[in-house]
Design a protein around this ligand. Structure first.
Ligand SMILES: Cc1cc2nc3c(=O)[nH]c(=O)nc-3n(C[C@H](O)[C@H](O)[C@H](O)COP(=O)(O)OP(=O)(O)OC[C@H]3O[C@@H](n4cnc5c(N)ncnc54)[C@H](O)[C@@H]3O)c2cc1C
Length: 387
């Protein structure tokens, strides 16, 4: 039930029954999907005419509030309003309604201190407003994101390693920081110079026809979904030499898509620390899936009547779906965390963020992370807090 509970917490809007890869849902969506604007309704019909199965993209977006705040087509930024339901407007607001929960802001965790026997975390060391502080809670839940949780663990002294260097905490398996994954993804612009795309909020479609196989019984390729609306200024950041009016024209006549493929776990794809620096050694894998998805979608959009189809892969400057650095697993020899995200090495430490994911799948990860967080919280409540 946890994924559905996460969808409820983030007030996700969607529609069951359209996506051929849809898993079982224990609770239907509480809100109807964000409706297609006319150019996107046309794109949906065009893809359907090819025998494909475009489906409404599940969105944690309160579209009425979003459009009231501004006619903004791009949403890949922290939203200070109520339109985009993110960690702050969704779960954090719900948590802070509980009188037992206190939020400390501006606190930067540097390292964790282990107990003399090494079996538990004795203290959290952090800075706040320039002051060094410590906290010694019964349970420690580390949720600093896949990069920073690994960094905090690697920077923490373990029994044998002194304060710098060494393997850090929760790292008997030597897997902390390893298996860093992100998605292999591309932006694809399907352009028809005869038709404008005047949508304001266009991110209402996805396509999973190539998620489980390439459509011909071959290997999986990935997920396709709409991007926020690209404008000429965004194109200019990538295409320096073209005149601005040409970029505005292209953007105004494009339907903008995001192709997303799985990055596979690789122990040599790593987050490491080097003194104060964080080193990201991202070794991408499975690029052939992205090539395959790019090829088949280019053919599809051409068949839909778009004479120009442009694509560009995202590079390592946009690791927006980072995961995998503190993976969960059944064997302490190969994974730092058990399936409830408890560190095998330290009984009172849980690491609950994108780091626990053992694989990256080929979809946006936030709800899977939230679902596991709810599952782990329920486990902690039953196992640690019930007495
Ligand atoms: C531009 C962009 C767009 C995205 N769009 C989507 C989307 O549409 N759908 C989707 O599913 N996913 C999306 N993602 C990915 C999604 O945001 C992440 O996968 C998700 O937030 C990861 O959750 P997390 O708990 O692992 O880490 P985070 O959400 O990054 O949380 C980590 C928190 O820890 C804090 N922190 C870090 N280090 C320290 C420290 N040393 N001390 C104290 N606090 C610390 C950070 O400030 C942060 O608040 C997007 C990401 C980006 C960047």
């Amino acid at each position: 039930p946890w994924y559905s509970k996460a969808e409820q917490l983030f007030r996700v809007r969607g529609c069951l029954g359209e996506d051929p890869t849809e898993p079982f849902h224990s609770i239907p969506y509480a809100f109807k999907p964000v409706p297609d604007e006319p150019p996107i309704a046309r794109a949906r019909a065009e893809l359907k005419s090819l025998g494909l199965h475009p489906a409404s993209l599940p969105l944690g977006v309160d579209i009425e509030a979003w459009l009231k705040e501004g006619k903004t087509g791009w949403d890949a930024f922290p939203n200070t309003g109520q339109g985009k339901v993110d960690a702050q407007t969704g779960p954090l607001a719900a948590a802070l309604a509980d009188a037992n929960i206190k939020l400390e802001t501006g606190a930067h965790v540097g390292w964790l201190e282990v107990s003399p026997d090494g079996k538990s975390i004795a203290a959290i060391h952090y800075t706040q407003n320039g002051a060094q502080k410590t906290l010694s809670p019964k349970l420690v839940i580390l949720s600093a994101g896949a990069v920073n949780s690994a960094v905090i663990l690697l920077r923490s002294p373990s029994a044998g390693n002194g304060k710098t260097g060494g393997k850090g905490l929760a790292n008997r398996s030597d897997q902390v920081g390893r298996n860093f994954m992100n998605h292999n993804s591309s932006a694809m612009l399907a352009i028809d110079p005869r038709r404008r795309n005047d949508s304001v909020y266009q991110k209402t479609l996805m396509l999973n026809d190539y998620y489980l196989s390439d459509g011909k019984g071959g290997k999986p390729l990935g997920n396709v979904q709409l991007l926020g609306k690209i404008d000429g200024n965004m194109l200019r950041a990538n295409v320096k030499l073209a005149p601005k009016f040409a970029l505005d024209f292209m953007a105004g006549h494009a339907v903008d898509w995001y192709l997303m493929c799985e990055d596979l776990p690789d122990p040599e794809s790593r987050i490491m620390v080097d003194g104060k620096e964080i080193v990201m050694q991202w070794r991408r894998s499975n690029m052939q899936s992205l090539e395959g998805l790019t090829k088949v979608m280019r053919e599809n959009f051409r068949a839909c009547g778009y004479p120009i189809v442009l694509s560009r892969p995202f590079d390592k400057r946009t690791p927006s779906h980072q995961c995998g650095t503190v993976k969960m697993g059944n064997d302490p020899a190969t994974a730092p965390l058990d399936p409830f995200c408890r560190a095998y090495d330290h009984r009172n430490l849980f690491v609950v963020d994108g780091g626990f994911l053992p694989t990256s799948a080929a979809v946006n990860p936030a709800l899977s992370i939230a679902a596991q967080a709810l599952r782990v919280a329920d486990h902690i409540r039953k196992m640690e807090l019930s007495a």
